[in-house]
Design a protein. Structure first.
Length: 93
């Protein structure tokens, strides 16, 4: 007869698969909220990298956001990806 052994690592893996596959439906985020978070994070990047602040044109960024960025940054994930790229390139200016 085979003896059944308890393996906690395997049990956690099976449990985590079950939890990850749970569907979660959330309402879409408000575009105004996303825009506010975007500009807050741009301001924090400018505070960290003062050289970037000298060349930053607020009116230009508002125009860029209104004309094209808000069509592509429509959720928090895309906002985080954009901000990460912006932060990376800001430190190399």
């Amino acid at each position: 007869m085979l003896k059944k052994t308890y393996n906690p690592k395997l049990s956690r893996q099976i449990l985590s698969r079950k939890i990850i596959q749970f569907p979660l439906n959330l309402p879409p985020p408000n575009q105004e909220t996303i825009s506010n978070i975007l500009f807050e994070r741009i301001n924090s990047i400018l505070d960290i990298y003062p050289k970037s602040k000298d060349t930053f044109d607020k009116n230009r960024w508002i125009y860029i956001h209104e004309s094209c960025l808000k069509n592509y940054i429509n959720n928090i994930r895309s906002l985080n990806r954009y901000i990460s790229t912006l932060a990376f390139h800001s430190k190399h200016l």
